[in-house]
Write a protein that binds this ligand. Structure first.
Ligand code: PMP
Length: 356
């Protein structure tokens, strides 16, 4: 008799997350920061990294970095947790708050990793789809929470890939309406400047997720963090891999965080460019950009899949959501350098006008 080697049943039909990395001249598909870390900060990073003992395990909880983040946010160390990118913390969330017999409320279209993590952990997913304009169906969410079976939800603000902020009043109503853990994913907070941070003290069921990948130009390093009540953090610590944040990444992130004020001009440029890209998109016949408070813009255009190909043919990589549920004929462009944004707008205009 042959042994049959089968993976866990919840993996059947699950596609691995595909960031669609393809070579391109203008890489406008992953919402990264177009400005790499500046040379003076890099030099400081190099000095710090040289001193990192490589033969020793890293500080499991990255306490020095935790302290810096805590201090900057007026919190204590035990209200902060760092992870190997926000992605790791999102996975930890599904492990700690999900599982068989547990229920996650999702607000699609949103970051696809949430749904995938729930499926991996055999968590039941309840979807409350957004409205046509991608705003949250607030009353439907509150009504669903009233049923009392939701264990956790994620409110993404600004939402990825659609770009709009969640309403603060609504999040406060949700926090009051439920004992479920309410995670506000603020991965793009530095571009929106809106945060739920002031409400952490009053709401023990609020957790905030942030990342170094966007505003702080560290997508290559993998560093994210959670701000939450100490009891929530303790539960996350139970499920995390002990050494998931390596010593070199900790050293790099400490230097970058200490220098975070120096990233402000770059962030301001991205915000200004976002306005320019949205205006540029509005000028192209048949193209409908959605408002954005993040470092990317979602837009609707007929024959989006074909236009994606045409853009890629011109060396410009954007994210194709045209076949994703709720996002028919939508593409998402990350805000790049002014030159990349110009090249993108010109290529899209040419493609729409049939000049390719
Ligand atoms: N949340 C959202 C909404 C995101 O878009 C991303 C990155 N694409 C993350 C979390 C995770 O970011 P990272 O793992 O790079 O910290």
């Amino acid at each position: 008799m042959r042994n049959v080697c089968t993976a866990a049943p919840q993996l059947a039909g699950l596609e691995p997350y595909d960031p669609k990395y393809l070579p391109a001249e203008a890489f406008l598909s992953a919402n990264e920061n177009p400005h790499d870390v500046e040379q003076d900060i890099r030099a400081e990073i190099m000095r710090e990294v040289k001193r990192v003992p490589l033969n020793r395990y890293p500080d499991p909880l990255a306490n020095d970095l935790r302290d810096m983040i805590a201090e900057a946010n007026g919190l204590d160390r035990d209200q902060v947790l760092v992870g190997n990118g926000g992605d790791e913390l999102l996975f930890n969330l599904a492990l700690a708050w999900g599982g068989p017999g547990r229920t996650f409320l999702n607000l699609p279209p949103t970051f696809s990793v949430y749904d995938a993590n729930a499926r991996l952990t055999n968590t039941t997913v309840v979807n409350v789809p957004r409205r046509e304009d991608f705003s949250i169906d607030e009353e439907a969410v509150l009504a669903r929470l009233d049923e009392g079976d939701i264990d956790f939800l994620i409110v993404t603000s600004p939402n990825n890939p659609t770009g709009e902020l969640a309403n603060e009043e609504f999040i406060l109503r949700v926090l009051d309406a439920t004992d479920a853990l309410v995670v506000v994913d603020e991965a793009y907070f530095e571009f929106s400047r809106q945060t739920m941070r002031p409400y952490l003290a009053q709401h023990k069921n609020l957790a905030i997720l942030r990342t170094f990948s966007k505003a702080f130009s560290l997508a290559g390093v993998r560093m994210g963090y959670l701000l939450a009540d100490a009891e929530v953090v303790r539960e996350f610590v139970k499920v995390r891999q002990p050494y998931s944040v390596d010593a070199v990444s900790q050293a790099i992130a400490r230097v970058v965080y200490q220098n975070r004020a120096k990233f402000e001009p770059g962030i301001r440029t991205i915000i200004e460019e976002r306005t320019r890209v949205i205006e540029g998109l509005r000028m192209i016949p048949g193209v409908k950009p959605f408002p954005s408070d993040a470092n990317y813009v979602l837009f609707h255009v007929e024959n989006a899949a074909q236009l994606w190909e045409m853009l890629y043919g011109r060396g410009i990589l954007v994210r194709d959501f045209s076949r994703a549920p709720h996002l028919k004929d939508c593409l998402r462009v990350s805000i790049g350098s002014p030159e990349e944004n110009d090249a993108f707008l010109k290529a899209l205009r040419d493609a729409v006008m049939g000049k390719c």
